[in-house]
Design a protein around this ligand. Structure first.
Ligand code: PMP
Length: 425
């Protein structure tokens, strides 16, 4: 039998850090990652046959659980007709119709292959449409690895303490203005000074890359007003929150209409997919309808569209989000209760089926508070849970995700494990 350790040894010789995406390497929590052999429902199995209850869900896409038969069968059917055409296909049209029908702010959409492509393309559109150069983002928010976004970024960039990556030209970073999340006064001051130069403001409407931090009451509404007032576009990065915190994403949950929205993860059903969309007058400026260039050899891939469409159909089942939210409450209340019983300083954030666990007694509303929580304790908790077959995101700065495949048995097993681990901390 191949072991996780043997595979990681081989991987490290040929892949930077042994992985194809940084957070997977367990660098922040210590130790070595396991290699997944297969996944089904709420579970992963590693190459050694150990089973884990999974709260990462491929970092968000697997909202109906792994290997859902409807998604798998849609992919199997699509594969029989060919893997890629390089011409338009019917599934792209259905996908666009589905997204537009579910997300009211989106009149037109362009499919891409990842969340990173979606955000990079959206800011090009914002710059092209406004004729301005500056972009505003928030400290601790992650929008993929485009040059403009690796400035005070979250996720792996935050975990590793390299919020600005070498290789990002200073000239590019200079065009990215950063703000503290959940602080409207600094946003007002920034716009008062630079408003005329700002093409767009991009935000995770629920921050999920500095752990999970919901917006304060009225915050997104105030940002919407600020952008409108200064002629800047409001761009919601709903790569994580889209079709997760509600069927219509965070914009439906909070009742805000952004100008542009970025998607990824769930719309691909587990295949590599992203999309951006929004107001018709903006989207019509994208090539070949308009002059702003953006393209993709594999964009709108028929197999990826089939997976995404099957997923989008499943999540439209009546009561889907109510049930998922109730499960998330059950899980986070259970873990919080176990922490309280053990006298461990702990707090929880949650919106829909997205949650964050913090080793602090504070209710976490800011990046500063998130980074002040006890990371060492989180890392010990992570490993204690992993030993007991519970896989949480391997970093104190990532949100957790539930799926509709997580049932009472999995939640109870998770809370029991948490109780046992809290007793050791
Ligand atoms: N935006 C957000 C909010 C994300 O969480 C991520 C990835 N976690 C991205 C963009 C980038 O997506 P991808 O990894 O598919 O490029």
């Amino acid at each position: 039998m191949t072991t996780n350790h043997e595979l990681f040894d081989r991987a490290r010789k040929l892949l930077p850090g042994g992985v194809n995406s940084p957070v997977r390497a367990f660098k922040s929590v210590g130790g070595e990652p396991f290699f997944t052999a297969r996944a089904d429902g709420p579970y992963l199995w590693d190459v050694e046959g150990k089973r884990y209850i999974d709260y990462v869900g491929s970092w968000g896409p697997m909202i109906v659980g792994h290997n859902h038969p409807a998604v798998r069968e849609a992919v199997e059917r699509a594969v029989r007709d060919g893997l890629s055409f390089g011409t338009p296909c019917a599934a792209e049209v259905t996908m666009a119709e589905t997204i537009v029908s579910l997300v009211p702010s989106v009149d037109m959409v362009r499919m891409v292959n990842s969340g990173t492509e979606a955000t990079m393309s959206a800011i090009r559109l914002a710059r092209g449409a406004t004729g301005r150069n500056k972009i505003v983002k928030f400290e601790g928010c992650y929008h993929g690895h485009g040059d403009s976004f690796l400035v005070k970024a979250g996720s792996g960039a935050l975990t590793f303490g390299v919020p600005t990556s070498p290789g990002v030209p200073k000239a590019a970073a200079d065009l990215t203005l950063t703000l503290p999340y959940n602080d409207i006064d600094t946003a007002r001051a920034l716009f008062a000074e630079h408003g005329d130069d700002i093409a767009g403001l991009i935000i995770e409407p629920v921050a999920g890359n500095m752990n999970c931090i919901p917006p304060k009451d009225g915050y997104l509404h105030d940002l919407r007003e600020l952008c409108t007032q200064h002629g800047a576009l409001l761009i919601f990065d709903e790569v994580m929150t889209g079709f997760r915190v509600a069927l219509g994403g965070a914009q439906a949950h909070y009742g805000i209409t952004p100008d542009l929205t970025c998607f990824g993860k769930i719309i691909g059903g587990g295949m590599p997919v992203g999309a951006y969309g929004g107001r018709r007058d903006l989207m019509e400026q994208i090539a070949p309808a308009g002059p702003i260039y953006q393209a993709g050899t594999l964009s709108g891939n028929p197999v990826a569209m089939a997976a995404g469409l099957a997923m989008l159909e499943l999540i439209q089942a009546p009561g889907f989000y109510d049930a998922l939210t109730a499960r998330t409450v059950q899980l986070t209340d259970g873990i919080l209760g176990a922490a309280r019983d053990a006298g461990v300083p702990f707090s929880v954030n949650r919106v829909g089926a997205m949650f964050g666990l913090f080793f602090t007694n504070d209710t976490v509303e800011t990046y500063t508070q998130a980074t002040a929580a006890d990371v060492g304790r989180f890392n010990r908790f992570f490993h204690g849970m992993l030993d007991r077959g519970i896989y949480l995101a391997p970093s104190a700065f990532e949100a957790g995700f539930l799926s509709s495949a997580h049932g009472d048995a999995e939640i109870e097993a998770t809370v029991d494990a948490a109780r046992a681990v809290f007793a050791t901390l």
